[in-house]
Design a protein around this ligand. Sequence first.
Ligand code: DGT
Ligand code: CA
Ligand code: CA
Ligand code: ZN
Length: 599
Amino acid sequence: MNPSNSASNLSAPMLNVSNTQLAEIFEEMADLLELSGENAFRVRAYRSGAAAISALSQPVSELIKSGFDLTSIDGIGGTLADKSKVVIQSGALPQLETLRQAVPRTLRDVMKVPGLGAKKAMKLHQEVGVIDLATLKTACESGRVASIKGFGKKTEENILQNLGIVMQAAMRLRLDQAEQLVVNLRAHFDGCPFLERIDFAGSYRRRKETIGDLDILVISENAEEVMNRFGSFPQVHEVIGRGETKMSVRLNNAFQVDLRVVQRQSWGAALQYFTGSKEHNVHVRSMAKSKGLKISEYGVFKETDEANPVAGEDEQSLYAAIGLPWIPPVLRENRFEFQPSIQSRLKNLIEESDMLGDLHMHTTFTDGEATIEQMVAAAVERGLKYIAITDHSKRVSIARGLNDEQVLAQWQLIEQVRKDWHGKIELLKGIECDILEDGTLDLKDDTLEQADWVTASIHFGLKQSREEITERILNAIRHPFVHAISHPTGRLLSRRQAYEADWPLIMKAAKAHGKCLEINANPERLDLNDLLACAAAEAGVWLVINTDAHATDQLGLIKYGVQVAQRAGLARQSVINTLPRAEFMDWLKNRSRIPSQEL
Ligand code: DGT
Ligand code: CA
Ligand code: CA
Ligand code: ZN
């Protein structure tokens, strides 16, 4: 391995600049221009450009490729059309790079604190050296803000208060945390006589990995009573807003929950609207428009008759009105749900019941809570047909990782236990073997050769360069006794960023060597994520969805991994542990089978 850092920090040109990325570049231009005191007209041009780009249903990169005149889009003038081309072609905007030299990017957060704005943010920067939310907080706490001309004690107190809200609002709940909240809210509304129907929309229903706020939808003839009940939910800290049919609260943990009361005949339209995503809805509405229809949260209407809805009582009727099958919420991200292939994609879309094996779990041999026998019994209970016990290797000493001798002893025991379960489940001798900092594996080849299933993963040396990490993963993929790479990007949601690596290269190697990449179903990981899982499947790589269970009940986490796979649009044919037992065992023996590319 070549530990050279030289090229690793150069940002490579983006191959595929999405509309979201382009819009964000324009949004940052607007913010930084405003901070530098640029005239309002120019700032506004970038902001409307960003809004116009986000609202487009087609990728700008494709529009440019096809020679489409961007200036014909409302909100995009000649300058922004040219800049869009520069970004699409080079992945960056030189003017933005220059601005970033002059103005700290983190001042963007400061200007968005309620009551501040660009002028005050810049003043705070120049007078007391504020560069981000943290330095703003210290400056307020030390009284330096109050001493700035035009600020004063009262302003300082206000800033501090708003700052607390802003900093906490940056928090998103993990899907499993949001799910717990939903369980509690359902229980709270349980038995409410005024409630005809309740559901949870937004990113929660789309099963996104994190949730910004929760969107509750109810049918009721008595909105007042339902909102009163909502307000009495024990975790409510304050009511942020309340109208005739909608109410928003902030919980003790600063998380926001919105509730809307809708009419029975609008249920489907409202559920569809508030499920989003915004990008999906924009496209749905433009499809409706081309059919002379108008879709709102109240229903589907003919443009000539906005009083009587033609559909919208349920979601099926809404989608049918624009000639689409019902789209599962997990797919509503404007990625491929509008492609003609959607019918066959839906037919083969992976489901939790397709999962027949789980190839990553721990026992009391390392940091698991259950014995091998308990894990097997729980797996049989869940209807699994094959599992691999994959405890840690010795490098993970905090988890009491196994050395060669210990793992060989464990495998002997597994061979004994296996006999008791013959015919019920296939029990595989496995190991989660660490990929060491130098790219070698933590256990001897002689040991690994005796395993039925080896999944390799990185737990140390996460700060290495992109090249080094890539090379380590490639080494593991090339290793003859390795079957899969576990939690490939190493991220921990809201705690640790994924490390960088050359994923296209890694996927190419995984395909060439017939190795699997994991979708780790633990809701703190969800790694690979939906986008990388989609790319891997498209590259012809086998995915494997595993729980990484450290206790028997964690085998149930598999659903989160399946939901990632669904959001990636994966067919069961892309996921190796959907294969029936005999076919999977056959693959283990000669690894000749490749994932089916059919949708
Ligand atoms: P989140 O809460 O950040 O995790 O993401 P969402 O998707 O739940 O977003 P949220 O709570 O702001 O809005 C819920 C849904 O309501 C969203 O997915 C689509 C719809 N929606 C909200 N605001 C707009 C809007 O300005 N335009 C459109 N077309 N739809 C919107
Ligand atoms: Ca939401
Ligand atoms: Ca919301
Ligand atoms: Zn593990």
